[in-house]
Design a protein around this ligand. Structure first.
Ligand code: NAD
Length: 293
């Protein structure tokens, strides 16, 4: 099975992962529509779709707007639902904004599909953040859920909504719990898309990468093409509908990642400092990258 000739909507399609997915689907011959609100602070960047801009339909709208959604979902065979607020720090500073985008907008999409696109299949990009601090490794899908921040709570709620709509209304959905993803199109101008982009920024500009604690904290990583592949597989496999899957990746310590980037760029340096008291409560805050406004 393939996406050739299929009508596909990607929410958050001008962002990092969405644009890589769009490129893959265009290559496969799908009719691709990208929905994106292009909010300044997030990962949307027209540069990401420069090479495919004539091969996709671009719709600049907000997923919270049910009216444009009604029009956009009607004829879609597949919806890759990637629109989201991705910054964990922002979610603590502006919890209502995070809830609006990561929970309310998701429910709006599901409600709209329930009435206007019951035929569609939705792949939702959830996050491994919802597990909180691991109680055992590797973290499997049965690991207890303990989101450590507002972002994790809102993403978990959205995941539950997707499952509920499959169970109760028969809207077919599958959720993938993504981990740290890297690759072309990644936001590096600030730390909002996680630490990898920020480390790259520091290494390329020759600045200090500062780590809290020991630097030995382990994280896992996926290259964006592998994430795109997983999303496509999930969409095409009926057995997956109604379920959730971890996308776990290669494991490395923060220190290893930072040292590798510094070595490759030939610039920058590493500084390891004690965890500041006020941040100890937030396990997601692992480094001191400022978020620029
Ligand atoms: N990048 C990662 O490491 C990672 C890890 C776990 C989960 N995820 C999830 O994957 C998805 C994609 O992440 P990304 O890394 O590509 O981030 P990104 O910021 O590049 O993409 C998100 C896109 O959603 C758009 N968007 C936000 N709110 C919107 C709204 N209300 N209406 C329409 N568009 C809206 C943004 O403009 C942006 O283009 C997100 O849902 C994120 O939570 C990503």
């Amino acid at each position: 099975m393939s996406f050739a000739g299929k009508n596909v909507l990607i929410t958050g399609g001008v962002g990092f992962i969405g644009s890589n997915l769009a490129r893959r689907l265009v290559r496969e011959g799908a009719n691709v529509t990208l929905l994106d609100s292009m909010l300044d602070e997030y990962g949307a960047n027209l540069f990401n779709i420069k090479d495919i801009k004539d091969d996709v339909v671009l719709n600049f709208s907000d997923m919270r707007d049910e009216h444009s959604l009604r029009y956009l979902v009607r004829d879609k065979d597949y919806i890759f639902n990637l629109a989201g607020q991705v910054s964990h720090q922002d979610s603590m500073r502006e919890p209502f904004m995070d809830m609006e985008v990561n929970t309310r907008a998701q429910l709006t999409l599901l409600e709209t599909c329930r009435y206007y696109a019951p035929q569609t299949i939705i792949v939702f990009s959830s996050t491994r953040q919802i597990y909180g601090h691991p109680q055992y490794l590797p973290v499997d899908e049965n690991h207890p859920l303990a989101p450590p921040d507002v972002n994790g709570i809102n993403k978990l709620a959205a995941e539950h909504y997707h499952q509920l709509y499959t169970k109760v209304y028969g809207v077919r959905t599958v959720s993938l719990r993504l981990t740290n993803t890297y690759g072309p199109g990644q936001l590096i101008k600030n730390a909002r898309q996680g630490f990898i982009g920020w480390f790259v920024n520091r290494a390329v500009t020759g600045e200090t990468i500062q780590l809290f604690g020991t630097g030995e904290q382990l994280r896992d990583f996926n290259y964006v093409d592998d994430v795109v592949e997983a999303m496509c597989l999930a969409a095409l496999h009926e057995d997956a509908y109604g379920d959730v899957f971890n996308l776990s990746g290669e494991r490395a310590s923060l220190k290893t990642v930072a040292e590798t980037l510094i070595r490759l760029s030939g610039k920058g340096n590493l500084q390891i400092v004690p965890f500041p008291e006020e941040r100890k409560k937030l396990t997601s805050e692992i480094f001191t990258a400022p978020v620029r406004r």
